[in-house]
Design a protein around this ligand. Structure first.
Ligand SMILES: [Zn+2]
Ligand SMILES: [Zn+2]
Length: 145
């Protein structure tokens, strides 16, 4: 795919679905620096599956990090943890099965242990303070909030 074809691809309904799904799944700030930004980019960590992207190929970055990553040819990969599998399934359901966020969540929610799942759904915006809380907690598997 040449540069012009790629630019056209970025206008395609499929790519717009990918972008929408990523924003629904990654509601917090930039995935690298955790800072809010006026502008976010859904960046391809891998171009191998253009047109057939999976969650592991994409990341939500602020403008600053996005420029940095391209300028320096930074490789980013995701940790394949329980949240990864949950988000991977969410992405698949939303992009390839026409599910909305709630429907996709029904399919994906079993993939995350219930305590982690509950914390996830307190809201991604609270993720950081929850992580601090978890670090202090004596029994992080059994937090009641
Ligand atoms: Zn950033
Ligand atoms: Zn990019």
């Amino acid at each position: 795919m040449n540069k012009q074809e790629y630019q056209e691809y970025l206008q395609s309904p499929h790519w717009k679905r990918c972008v929408y799904a990523m924003h629904q799944i990654r509601t917090e700030d930039c995935e690298l620096c955790s800072q809010p930004s006026e502008e976010y980019h859904i960046h391809h960590m891998s171009y191998e599956r253009i047109g057939n992207e999976q969650y592991s190929d994409l990341i939500k970055l602020c403008d600053k990090c996005h420029k940095y990553v391209h300028k320096n040819g930074v490789n980013i990969t995701r940790q394949k943890d329980a949240h990864f599998r949950y988000r991977e399934e969410m992405f698949y359901r939303m992009v390839y099965c026409g599910c909305d966020r709630a429907e996709a969540n029904e399919f994906a929610s079993d993939l995350v242990p219930s305590s982690e799942f509950h914390i996830h759904f307190i809201g991604d915006c609270m993720k950081e303070s929850m992580e601090r809380f978890m670090a202090r907690a004596k029994d992080p598997k059994n937090i009641i909030v």
